[in-house]
Design a protein around this ligand. Structure first.
Ligand code: HEC
Ligand code: HEC
Length: 274
């Protein structure tokens, strides 16, 4: 069905997106240099997005850059916002003559990552202000918008699920909400069965909470019970076979173990105290 190999790329040319994203990454606003003329470097994009299949070990990005100034531009280093992310220059330092161009390759290690991973790259230039790049890798088996669902289909699906949250397990709904999960356990099962709603990125419905920031303490039993029984009168159905869902005891167990490992109880209690 909606399956493609490896990762596939979505380019975002809008600079504002990258600025907003980087401010978000830094946790606060910081100086943005690109507005200051004259422009030395022209990028094919300053923000790149990739969607990866579950189990992908890393996401690769290549940023093409051209020196559009009349002088040499010397890129000294490209540190990143995370130890999991490496931005590689063709050589260090990298001297770009006027009109010269090349690529900066960015690799994000996705081991044990789930949902959407956003990282920033600082391009430190010897004779000009630092420029910023950002990358995003989303792990999903579902093709994201614009090839996703229409607004009308989505509204109709929500209506059906409001009448009966278990609707997602039935008929054509199961093509996306159940079938991709067949034979999967743990993190792979999470990405196919849960992330479709809980890590839907910009499209995520407001009714669907971010599981990493639940305002309550979480632990293994909480995950297990919620997955098995769902939340009454909500769009979150019980997934246990006993509740009309698709998941066996062992599958629920593997999900609860995965979530308990990835979202430690202490971290969530901290955020619950805020
Ligand atoms: C083509 C794949 C696909 C099919 C078929 C599908 N869904 Fe979904 N569903 C998604 C995706 C993807 C999301 C995440 C939000 C988004 O991207 O629109 C989602 C999210 C949801 C949500 C969470 C609320 C929301 O809008 O985010 C509900 C409830 C839901 N679907 C119910 C259903 C029901 C009921 C059916 C069948 C009538 C169904 N879906 C069929 C892919 C699908
Ligand atoms: C069709 C979309 C959808 C899918 C698929 C889905 N959820 Fe949910 N989930 C929701 C919604 C909506 C809520 C909010 C319920 C409420 O109103 O409190 C929720 C809430 C939760 C909560 C918080 C419950 C609480 O007490 O605060 C957990 C934990 C959770 N989901 C885990 C999962 C896991 C694990 C999976 C995969 C097995 C999953 N969900 C699949 C829609 C979904």
């Amino acid at each position: 069905m909606h399956r493609r190999p490896g990762c596939w790329e979505i380019n975002v040319k809008n600079f504002k997106v990258a600025v907003a994203l980087l401010s978000f990454l830094a946790g606060s606003a910081f100086l943005v240099s690109a507005a200051s003329p004259p422009k030395l470097l022209a990028w094919d994009a300053v923000h790149k997005e990739i969607v990866c299949k579950p189990g992908a070990k890393s996401a690769q990005f290549a940023f093409s850059v051209t020196n559009v100034s009349p002088k040499d531009v010397i890129i000294l280093r490209t540190p990143t916002t995370c130890g999991c992310t490496v931005a590689k220059l063709p050589e260090e330092p990298w001297v770009l003559p006027p009109g010269g161009s090349g690529q900066i390759k960015v690799t994000v290690d996705l081991t044990d990552k789930m949902g959407t991973v956003k990282k920033g790259v600082f391009v430190i230039i010897s004779n000009a202000p630092t420029e910023m790049l950002s990358v995003q890798a989303a792990m999903s088996v579902i093709i994201p918008p614009p090839t996703g669902m229409s607004t009308q289909d989505r509204a109709r699906n929500i209506q059906l699920a409001k009448a009966n949250a278990r609707a997602i397990f039935q008929g054509s709904c199961a093509d996306c909400h159940v079938a991709p999960s067949q034979g999967r356990m743990g993190g792979d099962l999470y990405i196919t069965m849960c992330a479709i709603c809980h890590d839907a990125g910009e499209r995520q419905a407001s009714a669907v909470p971010n599981l990493r920031h639940l305002k309550k303490p979480v632990d293994f039993n909480f995950w297990k019970n919620t997955i098995a029984n769902g939340v009454t009168n909500s769009l979150m159905p019980g997934f246990a076979k006993a509740n009309g869902g698709p998941l066996t005891e062992a599958e629920i167990q593997s999900l609860a173990e995965y979530l308990n490992k990835t979202i430690p109880p202490s971290a969530s209690v901290e955020s619950a105290r805020q």
